[in-house]
Design a binder for this molecule. Structure first.
Ligand code: BTN
Length: 244
């Protein structure tokens, strides 16, 4: 375990293998401190959104962050969006073009998915805990993921050379810390322009996966509440991340 002086990553745990870093933090909140980061070299049952599996072979980056004792889970979702921004800022060091956030918080490089984020919560009485799990395709092969509805890509493929995973992890955690401090002091709106510049398929029709199936929307922009303003069947609606 090593520590840093921010909140995210104040306690750092690294394991060779685990079933799921999200599951471990979520089921053992009393064992881990607020801000803990748990990273695994591989996962045997990595969890994706919509109960899908997240293939987690060695070479990828798989980690989860625990945020404890949150009053209202819905209030913390803007930070989940900022976590996507932390990943983008960090991978921009390795890849410069075509990076975007597809609602709710997948990260794409030139229309191929490089990172997925799964936020899960757990409540004990009026205590709520949130785990933000991030999976980034770094040096792992994504060839076996080709059959996916949305093709995957790794940073190694984009760069034609391996990326130092721990260096990337360090960058993301540092960015998350900077953004967390700003988020906690009410500065989410300061990031709206940057987030909107990064919005995938802005003003163009796109399919998104929801718990109730596929929807065709035209994303217009993120709102100050971290909702997605979009057009669906020519009507303006707002989508909220907590519903996904
Ligand atoms: C998605 O479906 O796009 C979200 C994928 C999230 C995967 C990460 S890997 C680390 C953490 N642990 C898990 O079991 N899942 C998340």
């Amino acid at each position: 375990m090593k520590t840093n002086d921010g909140i995210i990553g104040s306690h750092f745990y690294m394991v060779n293998g685990i079933d799921s870093t999200n599951r471990e933090l979520l089921e053992n909140t009393e064992k881990y401190e607020h801000g803990s980061v748990l990273c695994a070299q591989k996962q045997s049952s990595g969890r994706g959104r919509h109960k899908r599996e997240w293939k987690s072979e060695k070479g990828g980056l798989y980690f989860s962050v625990l945020l404890k004792d949150i009053k209202n889970i819905n209030d913390i979702y803007p930070f989940v969006l900022l976590s996507a921004l932390a990943v983008i800022r960090s991978i921009s060091f390795f890849v410069t073009h075509g990076i975007a956030i597809k609602w709710p918080n997948d990260i794409y490089i030139n229309h191929r998915k490089v990172c997925g984020i799964l936020a899960e919560s757990n409540s004990q009485g009026n205590k709520h805990h949130l785990v933000i799990g991030l999976g980034v395709n770094v040096n792992n092969s994504v060839a076996h993921l080709e059959g996916l509805r949305h093709p995957a890509v790794s940073l190694k493929e984009c760069r034609d050379e391996e990326v130092d995973i721990l260096h990337l992890l360090d960058k993301i955690v540092n960015e998350m810390n900077v953004l967390y401090k700003d988020f906690k002091t009410g500065k989410f709106q300061d990031y709206l322009c940057e987030l909107n510049r990064l919005l995938y398929s802005k003003d163009q029709e796109v399919e998104i996966q929801t718990p109730r199936g596929l929807r065709r929307i035209i994303p217009l922009g993120f709102t100050p509440e971290a909702k997605l303003l979009c057009l669906e069947n020519k009507k303006e609606i707002e989508l909220f991340m907590g519903e996904f």
